[in-house]
Design a protein around this ligand. Sequence first.
Ligand SMILES: [Zn+2]
Length: 141
Amino acid sequence: MPRRKRCRKLHSPPLYQGFKPKGVPARLIKKVTLHLEEYEAVKLADYDGLEHEEASLKMEISRSVFTRMLQDARKKIATAIVEGLELVISGGDYYFEKKSFRCKDCNSIYHFEHSEKNLIECEKCGSTNIELINEMFDGSL
Ligand SMILES: [Zn+2]
């Protein structure tokens, strides 16, 4: 099977695969899926505070596509908060510019170029209990 084309450039993977409402049994919770490029759109516009033009350049997409993606993402997040849905961050059409590692002992995060070596020891606490966050998302590197 041919490898699926990934066309939206994301700086690095999200740190979490999703969020759940508090105090509701898991079996009763419906889900809404936020694609990774939608997560990136919200991060760039609403968290980092970039203009749509600048954010669309970073993701290597047109400004109109970026704006539509951002609107869809905001709607999904708002629906999850208002209706108490689980927000699952998964899927989409993307690739990661960086590889990101998390120390499972002190929760420190490190972003490396793909060409750089893998992190084997946490620079803050010395732990070797390290995970590659990119692998949590469809196995994408
Ligand atoms: Zn550490």
